[in-house]
Ligand binder design. Structure first.
Ligand SMILES: [Fe+2]
Length: 188
């Protein structure tokens, strides 16, 4: 667990209510959209690593976890699922591209098939579940980007899909920092 910092406590309470509400996905998205501009304190979680994008934990409880992800030009997430959980992504800085994929059909070397690409700029909010598809994320152009990710419920392990080999493996998700303090080398 990671408690919300004082300036985020009201926001955290709103999120807890919205994620626990049936059909509250739009309400969560609006909370995140407001949050991208409502707080000056996000930069505390801006920790970049030239080698890989970073996952920086802001708060975590039994209902959700909220992370800031920091991307430099050329970084890209692998194609991944969300283990049956819901994922919202708001853009704090820069712009990102999300590519959605169909879950691969069963076979000896199943490969995910891209279905749609969407771009999001500051204040934009994306939403994905395993029913919608797999996805990957990358920053646009030569600029860095920072995104806010809400997972409900928290996700400890994700499945990674290699589009070239067709292999699928489970990856333990770790944090680059917790509460703004670096804890480990990035491994996302
Ligand atoms: Fe994701």
């Amino acid at each position: 667990m990671q408690t919300a910092p004082p300036e985020f406590q009201e926001f955290a309470a709103q999120l807890a209510t919205a994620v626990d509400q049936a059909g509250g996905e739009g309400r969560v998205a609006r909370c995140l959209e407001r949050a991208t501009t409502a707080f000056a304190g996000w930069s505390k979680y801006y920790l970049f690593d030239p080698a890989c994008y970073t996952r920086n934990l802001v708060m975590k409880n039994e209902l959700f976890e909220l992370l800031v992800l920091c991307w430099q030009p050329g970084h890209m997430s692998p194609i991944h699922d969300h283990q049956g959980q819901r994922c919202w992504m708001g853009v704090l800085e820069g712009a990102v591209e999300e590519t959605l994929y169909e879950f691969p059909k069963a076979g000896s070397k199943p490969r995910p098939r891209p279905t749609r690409t969407k771009r999001f700029s500051e204040g934009g909010v994306a939403f994905v579940t395993d029913d919608i598809g797999l996805h990957d994320i990358r920053p646009l152009d030569e600029f860095r980007a920072v995104t806010l990710h809400l997972y409900s419920k928290p996700i400890q392990v994700a499945r990674i899909f290699d589009p070239h080999s067709g292999q699928i493996h489970a990856r333990q998700l770790t944090y680059h920092s917790v509460g703004g303090v670096a804890v480990a080398p990035s491994r996302t």
